[in-house]
Design a binder for this molecule. Sequence first.
Ligand SMILES: Cc1cc2nc3c(=O)[nH]c(=O)nc-3n(C[C@H](O)[C@H](O)[C@H](O)COP(=O)(O)OP(=O)(O)OC[C@H]3O[C@@H](n4cnc5c(N)ncnc54)[C@H](O)[C@@H]3O)c2cc1C
Length: 483
Amino acid sequence: MVVVGSGPGGLQLSYALRYFGVPHAVISADPAPGGMFRRWPFFQRLLSWTKPFAPFERGTRFYERYDWNSLIPDDDQHRAIQPRLMDGTSYFPSRAEMEQNIATFARETGIRVRYGCRWTGTARDGEGFRLRTSAGEYRARVVVFAFGLAEPWKPEIPGIEHVPHYADTRAPETYAGKRVFIIGKETSAFELANGFLPWARQIVLASPRPTQLSVVTNSLVGVRARYVQPYEDHILGGGVVIMNASIDEVARTGSGFRVRTTRSDGGGTLVFETEDVIATTGFQPPLGDLPELGVVSSGREKIPSQTPLFESISVPHLYFAGTATRGAPGLKKNGIPSSSGAVHGHRYNARILARHIARTYFGIDPARPTLKRDEVLGYLLSELSRAPELWHQKSYLARSLLWDSARGIIDDGIVPLQLFVDGDGPDGVAVAVEANPKAEIYPAVYVRKNNVVTEHLLPTNPLLDFETAEHRSQLTSVLAPLP
Ligand SMILES: Cc1cc2nc3c(=O)[nH]c(=O)nc-3n(C[C@H](O)[C@H](O)[C@H](O)COP(=O)(O)OP(=O)(O)OC[C@H]3O[C@@H](n4cnc5c(N)ncnc54)[C@H](O)[C@@H]3O)c2cc1C
């Protein structure tokens, strides 16, 4: 099998495949590990945190909940690499620290990648594929694309071709004293606006719909708190303007640009004269010829549509890893999406995918431990309170136990919740951590009995402690139908 990409997605998958004993090749167009983090975020600091000091010891599985950026091994020796490399000035690692974190994981765990090898085309080969690359042809029964979502995308606006994309932003000091018009109001727009605060004379952010803030949506949806400063500046009238307006046209002038907009509130046309315009209008995956092969994608971002196990819904044996796994949306309970767009979410998807591939294509089925009936309650409550997979991928990943007639109660590991809820199978239970727009975080329990699944939501707790007497008592009742 072949994995394309050496960002966090490809490397995490390669690690897990090797752990399961699956022979595979990793190819990457890059010269070194790190993927997108070799260049971005532009202002050189991440939006995902790592807490050097946390309620759990570094180097344990439970610590992962507080470290969003390290890749995850299956031994303690290679855990928590990111906090080792941080200089203490911020709990958001710098871009360089993140790149080093990923490179260190690859080096210390011995992941092998053929760098400088670009995938250029794809053809079917019986049940499998032939991949054309800059270094010759690869034949593979299974292919996983961990090619990221970093190809600049711009909407069709007259004159937009003159406008640099986020990817082409210049050094910050070159914006000193200038008016900067940013098309877009999502995280990358706010990252740039935040970075320009000490430089630009005026910053305008415009797009048709209002800004969403993660601290208001109570989820990862919206601009993250880390970049909210321009929003406060706007509210206080400090020089940042945040507008709900469609961009009708961008024209070059002698000294810069003229941007014609129409206000979303019906207030008519507004024209801006500005020295710089930047399009922070999004990214797409580098799909290459996959659409011609039959890979179906959806939405503005053209992310390939996937099954809950990250396989293309239209081309069998073709899978995705890394940030592209956003194409497996899960249940989206309460409208809250998965965290698969970021490392702390997709690192767990990779482990699930590796196990699936090992089983399905290579006949490798790692032993699953069993539990005694009187261990079930405590185990599930402990997982609900601490398991990083459940905390990072709320309503998306679950711990599943299956009641097997021959072996007893089997720990089926971390599984996509959707697979458990929608799929048939032996009686069992899956537990997930869930959240709602009221900012409540609480345990959810799904019991499958004779292929009918029932959902039970347990109470939240101010200290997020799900091991209280109340939780024990409620979970005991919920589990009663299981022998
Ligand atoms: C501006 C920006 C800031 C972000 N900040 C954060 C953050 O702070 N924290 C966070 O968790 N996430 C962040 N993300 C999301 C981030 O993209 C993912 O979390 C993560 O980097 C994606 O990993 P990946 O391995 O899927 O893809 P990438 O890191 O993009 O890696 C893709 C790999 O595929 C290879 N590749 C692509 N095309 C080919 C080809 N044709 N042939 C061979 N190889 C190819 C590339 O060379 C590269 O090695 C950010 C995204 C953007 C756009």
